[in-house]
Design a protein. Structure first.
Length: 294
């Protein structure tokens, strides 16, 4: 039986959020990282982090950023950790059952990709403008959900590159339908900055107060960009790199395919507006800054 309560998009968001209490510290073991501004040390995949305790808790959880592990504070597994720990391997952890270790660590990153797709498909199914392809989205959702319940060997044999490309066809159509509908409602008068577009290079760009409603920002590089007070309602943000992007005062309600992982990597404040499926990161400022009138 899967941890997902039922194959219903409307009820599945809680299971697509990380529950570290129900996980065997998989992100702290299965994944690799290199010494950098995000990590204070290097670690190979399959090697437990030196801060991982016997109960699978982080020994420096309360001071990760201060001790040089900023990357840990932004990571989100979309609930894949508890799915692998409690369902795929039936609650047997890699310490108690070391024979499961190689498979468990190989399955985890694949499961994360499947859960990420479930997040996107759940959102797509709730886009009114995409009702013409709802059957296709529902079928993709149900198939992805089915894949999360496979046995470890079957999961490791999945061709995720091909499967992601297959699902992305419907996610892209969802984006085009939603943004086209939104622009029509605005009478086609909205004009985005010329530099904005799919895969745009917007590193450090000053887009403060920009009207980016229904903009195509798929895969855009927005590292350290200034998006203070920007209007991002209806903007497609799938795959956008928001590391150190300033979202203070920005309106992100109704933005498409935005994830907790992206928000965690950005900076912001209490004035930023978020959709109810997302949580304001703890490191964002708790006081609102003055906002200009639109």
């Amino acid at each position: 039986m899967s941890l997902h309560s039922e194959p219903s998009p409307g009820n599945n968001r809680p299971q697509l959020s990380a529950d570290c209490e129900s996980c065997f510290g998989l992100c702290c073991v299965a994944l690799s990282f290199a010494a950098s501004s995000d990590f204070a040390m290097s670690k190979q995949a399959g090697q437990p982090c030196r801060n991982l305790q016997a109960d699978f808790r982080c020994g420096i959880h309360g001071s990760l950023k201060q001790q040089g592990f900023r990357g840990c504070t932004v990571y989100d597994c979309f609930g894949a950790g508890q799915q692998v720990s409690r369902h795929t391997f039936g609650g047997r952890d890699w310490r108690q059952a070391p024979e499961t270790t190689p498979a468990m660590f190989d399955v985890f990153p694949i499961m994360r990709q499947l859960h990420e797709l479930l997040w996107y498909l759940t959102e797509a199914l709730n886009v009114p403008a995409a009702r013409s392809i709802r059957n296709e989205l529902q079928a993709a959702y149900e198939e992805t959900l089915r894949l999360t319940g496979l046995q470890p060997g079957e999961i490791m044999n999945l061709n995720m590159s091909a499967y992601r490309a297959e699902v992305n066809v419907w996610l892209l159509q969802t984006s085009e339908l939603m943004r086209s509908d939104g622009l029509r409602q605005l009478n086609g008068l909205l004009k985005h900055p010329k530099s904005v577009g799919r895969g745009a290079d917007l590193i450090g760009a000053n887009l403060r107060g920009a009207d980016l409603r229904y903009a195509n920002l798929r895969g855009a590089c927005l590292i350290a960009a200034n998006l203070k007070d920007a209007d991002l309602r209806g903007a497609d943000l799938i795959g956008a790199d928001l590391r150190d992007t300033d979202l203070s005062g920005a309106d992100l309600t109704g933005s498409l395919f935005l994830t907790q992982f992206q928000l965690n990597a950005a900076t912001g404040d209490a004035a930023a507006k978020l959709s109810p499926t997302l949580v304001r990161p703890a490191h964002w400022q708790q006081t609102s800054s003055p906002r200009r009138r639109r």
